[in-house]
Ligand binder design. Structure first.
Ligand code: FMN
Length: 176
């Protein structure tokens, strides 16, 4: 079971679109998968599901348990202010430590409007996941200028290299 995390709570996010594209790559390999979209989190979770309140927000616990029970993850990570979205760190801080990530494996995909493709965001996140005991697949596609490399409905990626990198990574995470 691979859980794809759409790593922002921004409405109508490109991360959501990419999560669906990634889901098709896993479906094509007959790999069971599910998308967790951070825009579906309870809006007050930062104040009702963390620290002394961890485990006490029933709606957040559904997401928490799904993460705890998943073996592998794919994180779709937009570049926000030179790093990854704050809501993703808040989400990670609300998960069960260390069991959610310890000894597990993940793949990371970065995207940005600018030229970095979330490279630094992926490095920051790699440090965090390594701290949590999770193995990060070395191939981390950085999809720079993402809007210019998708069709106008944002249903498909039009850049051949980006598609090739995602296909390779999707195969690699299954065999990782
Ligand atoms: C709060 C915020 C900060 C951003 N910071 C950056 C940035 O540092 N570098 C960049 O290239 N793009 C930046 N962007 C643009 C996003 O990376 C780009 O629009 C991406 O497609 C957004 O993904 P999303 O639609 O999944 O939120 C930022 C967007 C937001 C909303």
């Amino acid at each position: 079971m691979i859980t794809i995390v759409s790593g922002t709570n921004r409405n109508d996010a490109v991360s959501q679109r990419l999560s669906r594209i990634y889901q098709k790559l896993l479906d094509a390999q007959n790999v069971e998968n599910e998308i967790i979209d951070l825009s579906d989190l309870p809006t007050d979770f930062a104040f009702s599901a963390l620290y002394d309140k961890s485990g006490k927000n029933k709606v957040f616990n559904v997401f928490r348990n799904k993460m705890r029970n998943s073996d592998k993850f794919v994180f779709i990570v937009a570049e926000y202010n030179g790093s990854f979205p704050g809501v993703l760190k808040m989400f990670i801080d609300g998960l069960e430590f260390p069991k959610t990530f310890e000894g597990k494996k993940c793949a990371l995909v970065g995207l940005s409007s600018g030229v970095q493709g979330g490279g630094l965001a992926l490095s920051h996140l790699t440090d965090i996941f390594n701290y949590c005991g999770m193995y990060v697949l070395p191939l981390k596609p950085k999809l720079a200028q993402i809007e210019k490399n998708m069709d106008k409905d944002k249903r498909e990626i039009t850049n051949d290299l980006y598609n090739e990198l995602l296909e390779t990574q999707a195969r690699d995470i299954v065999n990782f």
